[in-house]
Design a protein around this ligand. Structure first.
Ligand SMILES: NC(=O)c1ccc[n+]([C@@H]2O[C@H](COP(=O)([O-])OP(=O)(O)OC[C@H]3O[C@@H](n4cnc5c(N)ncnc54)[C@H](OP(=O)(O)O)[C@@H]3O)[C@@H](O)[C@H]2O)c1
Length: 338
């Protein structure tokens, strides 16, 4: 009988994720029934939203229930199959489990083509979540136009690193907000951000005004809190705030997070504020992914993957997202590019 390791939701965190939030157990896999397949997980995507799936917030998706296996986005290889829709050796991606192996009928997974010239980890890291999120946020929600000044927060993270480059490809002027000199240097020198701001250094409103004296057309917000407030303070008339994420509040638990103190600028500056969830656009993924993959292959879209080895390190690694400890797209290599 084959065995697998699998993470389970063991104890709800009040604030930060803790060592006993999830528990890694070893269990026996069932034999394949007709219509099922056996998946070997290659990579787990560690996404900021996973902290919310462990909360009691009213979410956009079913949370993980206490006692259930931990779920997340994965890329996996079909290693055995009694399902005619999934051939042995092919790749699938989707909402899977934090597990070495999974027996499934394929619900929630879709085939992932192998892209010549792009290793599986890179294709998964950029094309599964971060790239489509950046594209949708800028184009569908932000409706960016060439010449717009676009400010992106958490700019050196998975979504942010792609967002700034897509905005530049569209002819926008980009301002990236990130924590620390190294991340800011990388954004400016390697990714081509026009301006960068280290939010850990001094007054943020003053720093924004110094690089965008006429204001911001589109704010792509990933953080919330004081950073969102500073952005709202510096918006142009009729600007747009794309609410992609509010990571600074994800560890707040049941405590109520205060709203932005500069919310009045929605009126004063006549702003449009709109949130979105990438999963609502899944039908249009092939379109976005084709564009993004072409830019990756042409070298126009650069990226940094932060890959941690070993399923056993998944829980500890997830914490990096909420403490600025990740450098680029955070993922766990479970079995790697088989
Ligand atoms: N709407 C959607 O469908 C969708 C889809 C994917 C992601 N998202 C959102 O996009 C954002 C980024 O997610 P990601 O998975 O790509 O993670 P990420 O940006 O790779 O990592 C998170 C980054 O956020 C910054 N951060 C964390 N806590 C912070 C705080 N208290 N104050 C300031 N900055 C903080 C850190 O960057 P620094 O080092 O610069 O501090 C950290 O590296 C999240 O808000 C997430 O929820 C939304």
């Amino acid at each position: 009988m084959a065995e697998t390791r699998r993470w389970y939701f063991a104890r709800r965190p009040q604030h930060e994720i803790e060592a006993d939030t999830l528990q890694l157990r070893t269990e026996t896999l069932p034999a394949l029934a007709e219509g099922q397949m056996l998946l070997r997980t290659l990579y787990l995507s560690l996404d900021a939203t996973l902290r919310l799936w462990l909360s009691e917030w009213d979410l956009y998706i079913d949370p993980v229930k206490l006692g259930d296996p931990m779920k997340g986005f994965v890329v996996a290889e079909v290693v055995d199959s009694r399902n005619p829709n999934f051939a042995v050796g092919s790749l699938v991606t989707g909402l899977g489990l934090w597990s070495d192996y999974v027996v499934t009928d394929g619900s929630g997974y879709s085939p992932m083509p192998r892209l010549p010239g792009l290793p599986i980890g890179e294709a998964f890291g950029v094309l599964a979540i971060a790239g489509p999120t950046a594209y949708i946020g800028l184009h569908e929600i932000g409706r960016i136009k060439p010449g717009d000044t676009v400010m992106i927060t958490a700019a050196a993270g998975a979504v942010g690193m792609i967002t700034g480059q897509l905005a530049r490809i569209h002819g926008c002027r980009t301002i990236g907000v990130a924590g620390g000199a190294e991340k800011c240097r990388w954004l400016k020198q390697e990714l081509g951000y026009d301006e960068v701001i280290d939010y850990k250094r001094g007054n943020l409103v003053e720093q924004i005004r110094a690089v965008a004296p006429d204001g911001i057309d589109v704010l792509f917000e990933n953080v919330g809190g004081e950073i969102l407030d500073a952005g709202l303070t510096c918006m142009k008339n009729f600007g747009t705030v794309v609410v992609c994420g509010l990571i600074s509040s994800y560890n707040d638990g049941e405590q109520r997070t205060p709203g932005p103190t500069m919310f009045r600028n929605v009126i004063m500056r006549r702003l449009r504020i709109e949130g979105f969830v990438v999963l609502d656009y899944i039908d249009r993924y092939p379109d976005y992914q084709q564009k993004l993959a072409a830019w990756m292959l042409e070298g126009r879209l650069k990226y940094r993957l932060h890959v941690v080895d070993g399923l056993e390190n998944a829980l500890e690694s997830l914490k990096l997202l909420y403490s600025s400890g990740n450098n680029g797209k955070l993922m766990v290599r479970v079995a790697g590019d088989a």
